[in-house]
Design a protein around this ligand. Structure first.
Ligand SMILES: C[S@@+](CC[C@H](N)C(=O)[O-])C[C@H]1O[C@@H](n2cnc3c(N)ncnc32)[C@H](O)[C@@H]1O
Length: 209
């Protein structure tokens, strides 16, 4: 297990928020974009999906029920314990680790990277580290399933992820952006702010197949 420097990486005390049940980002149901992407056939059984900052979201279980191989990471021990218990009670298999998702690397890169209120929860100063980590955690041709939080006010978390900033963060030399405009989904508890759903394909670099 890598050492987590929560204070340095983010001043937000996630563990305390979970312990106090002060978690307004939780939807309490599957994200509507999850249903859209499932209907579009992106979630094929056997695919390996990575869920950084998984918290207590229900999507890991939904992926496992669809037959995907789930790996969830979080810096919060309580959140990881919650996911492990939920999987154990449901008789499902999944891997949940207390790790810094920006520092951790898998032995084999993933097919899918499910990004739900994680990028918008970390400091914007860490965004380039996030992009590099996601690039290395996904295989060439792997998909980043992104939900970019739209928020104009300064500060956070969540921090706003304008499309302009996201286009610069995920450059076309490394990521294939969808042709269609991203779908906007209002968040039910974060003041109804929209999250833009976009599927980005991780490009192969020279020497990669
Ligand atoms: C806004 S919450 C979203 C949780 C979950 N994705 C959801 O949609 O309910 C952000 C999550 O990221 C986790 N987190 C923050 N920084 C992290 C890091 N560097 N590595 C792993 N998890 C982190 C927090 O503990 C928290 O669970």
């Amino acid at each position: 297990m890598t050492t987590i420097d929560n204070t340095d990486r983010t001043p937000f005390d996630w563990e305390a928020r979970f312990r106090q049940n002060d978690t307004p980002w939780e939807r309490g149901a599957l994200h509507p974009a999850f249903h859209d992407w499932a209907k579009a056939g992106l979630f094929k059984p056997g695919l390996r999906v990575f869920i950084p900052g998984c918290g207590r979201a229900p999507e890991p279980e939904a992926f496992a029920r669809l037959g995907l191989e789930v790996t969830g990471l979080d810096v919060s021990e309580s959140a990881i314990a919650w996911q492990r218990q939920r999987f154990a009670e449901a008789g499902l298999e999944g891997r949940f680790l207390v790790e810094d998702a920006l520092a951790w690397r898998p032995h084999t890169p993933f097919d899918l990277y499910y990004e739900q209120t994680f990028l918008c929860a970390i400091s914007p100063r860490q965004r380039e580290t996030y992009e590099q980590a996601a690039f290395e955690q996904l295989r060439p041709g792997g998909l980043l399933l992104a939900l970019f939080m739209q928020k104009a006010e300064r500060g956070g978390p969540p921090y706003g992820c304008s499309l302009e900033a996201m286009t610069a963060l995920f450059p076309a030399t490394r990521w294939i952006w969808p042709q269609a405009e991203p779908v906007a989904w209002p968040h039910p508890s974060l003041g109804g702010k929209a999250e833009l759903a976009a599927v980005l394909e991780r490009r192969a670099q020279a020497g990669e197949s």
